[in-house]
Write a protein that binds this ligand. Structure first.
Ligand code: CTP
Ligand code: MG
Length: 212
């Protein structure tokens, strides 16, 4: 089955505060270049870019991003032609091939899956800035990308959410809101999301020894 990889890259990187994250360099390459290299094997790559940005990479489909991540993904699903789509945040530069293979295997079987990792720290509720109830972390997972779906299913979920005016932070929530189960597949902590300035220091360190 043909696989399309969708790369949302249209965010403004407010929390890092250095402009759109896709164009920040780590180990001499932009986060977008890292993601493109990580998925070089894909049958098709679609990227959502911020307004005013253009890319001239042969064979790459670029679409305009939206106001939200969900809108950016909507535009890419519309442009994608693969039977299976993998949605992957450009803000996660280190693509671990084995984890992606695990995910694809599950998507081929059940139609919808995401990578996720255990919560390493104690998880506690903040109650008026005090230590509140501890949440049993073994019951929780941190959700990563890529997330994979049959394209028809993801498209239906996006149309539904748009019609209902629902806005979600990831695609697994969208598909689940349709009533379709989304499998959790073991992710990899190296696929962390570059979100805060200090994450760039971690990324620089990992980039030094990275072999894809
Ligand atoms: N994204 C997107 N379109 C948007 C918002 C986000 O394509 N309108 C993408 C980002 O480029 C990123 C991914 O969604 O690859 C995850 O988003 P996040 O880490 O929140 O990135 P930003 O929105 O850019 O950062 P911030 O929330 O700090 O502004
Ligand atoms: Mg954001």
């Amino acid at each position: 089955m043909k696989v399309s990889v969708l790369l949302p890259a249209a965010g403004s990187g407010q929390r890092i505060g250095r402009g759109p994250k896709a164009f920040i360099e780590v180990g001499g390459k932009t986060l977008l270049q890292w993601a493109l290299e990580g998925f070089a094997w894909a049958d098709e790559i679609v990227v959502a870019l911020p307004f005013g940005h253009h890319l001239d990479v042969p064979g790459l489909k670029a679409v305009l991003g939206g106001q939200t991540r969900q809108q950016s993904v909507f535009n890419m699903v519309q442009a994608a032609t693969g039977e299976i789509v993998l949605v992957h945040d450009v803000a996660r530069p280190f693509v671990v091939r084995e984890a992606v293979e695990r995910l694809l295997c599950e998507v081929r079987r059940s139609g919808a899956a995401t990578l996720a990792v255990p919560v390493p720290d104690t998880l506690v509720q903040e109650q008026q800035r005090q230590y509140g109830a501890v949440i049993p972390r073994e019951h929780y997972r941190l959700v990563q990308t890529p997330q994979g779906f049959r394209r028809e299913l993801l498209w239906k979920a996006h149309l539904e959410a748009q019609a209902e005016g629902l806005e979600f932070t990831d695609d697994a929530q969208l598909v689940r809101s349709l009533g379709h189960p989304v499998a959790l597949v073991e992710g990899d902590r190296r696929m962390f999301k570059v979100t805060y300035p200090e994450d760039l220091i971690l990324a620089e360190g990992l980039a030094r020894t990275w072999k894809s």
